[in-house]
Ligand binder design. Structure first.
Ligand SMILES: C[S@@+](CC[C@H](N)C(=O)[O-])C[C@H]1O[C@@H](n2cnc3c(N)ncnc32)[C@H](O)[C@@H]1O
Length: 224
C-alpha cells in the first residue's frame, strides 16, 4: 500500500464507525474505488478543470446559502450562484480588499453574490445562517494555531444540517509548493476536534487535491 493511500485509510478508519458504513472514497469512478485505468491518477492539473465534477458533488440546491471563504477571483462563487439561484445567497468572504472590490465590480448584476471583506479569524456571518461553508485552497492560509477554533466557529454559523466542504492540496503526492496544502489526516483530526464528522473524503482524480465534506457531529444520534 502506498504511503498516500495508507494515510488516507488511517484518517478514514478513525470515523468509519461513526458513519455506520465505510466512508465512500471516490475518484471520478462513481462509488467504486477500483482504478479504472493505469492513468487515472496520472494526469495532474488544477482543480478548476474538475469544476463540473466538484460542483455536482456539492449538490447545491436553489435557495441554499453558501459562504466561500477565500473566494479569490470568484471563480467558484460565480458557478455556485447559478446553482443556488436568485433565492439563494453566495457570500464571498475575502481578506484581500482588492479582490473584494474586483468581485463587487464583476458581480454587480448578480444579486445573490455578496462579496465582502472578512477578518482572518472569522467569516463574520450570523449564527445559523448558512447551508455550506466552502474552502478551495484556502484552509492552509488560516492561522495554523487557530484551525480548530475557526472550525468551531463555523459550526455556529452553519445551520444544524449545514455542510463544511474543504478542497486542499494533498502534500504527499505534490512535488512543488507542498506547503500550499494540508495533510488529510490533519484536517480530519482538526475537524473532529471541532465537532465535525467526515462523510466523504476523496482524491479529485487528475489533480493533486482532495475534497472533504463534513457534517456536524450532532447529526448522529446516540447509538442504541
Ligand atoms: C489560493 S487562493 C484560493 C482562491 C479560490 N478559493 C480558488 O480556489 O480559486 C486563497 C485565497 O484565500 C484568501 N485568504 C487567505 N486567508 C484568508 C482568511 N483567513 N479568510 C478569508 N480569505 C483568506 C486569499 O486572499 C486568497 O484569495
Amino acid at each position: 500500500m502506498s504511503r498516500c493511500s495508507g494515510l488516507m485509510l488511517a484518517a478514514l478508519s478513525l470515523t468509519a464507525v461513526a458513519v455506520e458504513s465505510t466512508l465512500p472514497v471516490r475518484a471520478d469512478t462513481g462509488d467504486s474505488t477500483r482504478v479504472a485505468n493505469a492513468k487515472q491518477y496520472a494526469h495532474r492539473g488544477g482543480v478548476r478543470q474538475k469544476g463540473v465534477y466538484i460542483l455536482k458533488e456539492l449538490d447545491l440546491r436553489p435557495g441554499d446559502v453558501v459562504v466561500d471563504i477565500g473566494a479569490g477571483d470568484g471563480w467558484w462563487v460565480e458557478r455556485m450562484a447559478k446553482l443556488v439561484g436568485e433565492k439563494g445567497t453566495v457570500h464571498a468572504a475575502e481578506v484581500s480588499k482588492k479582490l473584494v472590490e474586483a468581485m463587487q465590480k464583476k458581480f454587480a448584476k448578480v444579486p445573490q453574490i455578496k462579496p465582502y471583506l472578512c477578518k482572518p479569524d472569522s467569516p463574520g456571518l450570523p449564527d445559523n445562517s448558512c447551508d455550506m461553508a466552502f474552502f478551495s485552497q484556502t484552509y492552509h492560509h488560516l492561522d495554523l494555531n487557530s484551525h480548530v477554533d475557526y472550525l468551531r466557529l463555523l459550526r455556529k454559523i452553519l445551520k444544524p444540517t449545514g455542510r463544511l466542504c474543504i478542497i486542499e492540496k494533498y502534500p504527499d503526492i505534490s512535488t512543488k509548493n507542498r506547503a500550499h496544502g494540508t495533510p488529510l489526516s490533519r484536517l480530519v483530526k482538526e475537524a473532529e476536534e471541532a465537532g465535525w464528522i467526515p462523510v466523504r473524503c476523496e482524491m479529485i482524480a487528475g489533480t493533486y487535491h482532495y475534497i472533504a465534506v463534513f457534517v456536524q457531529k450532532d447529526m448522529f444520534p446516540p447509538e442504541r
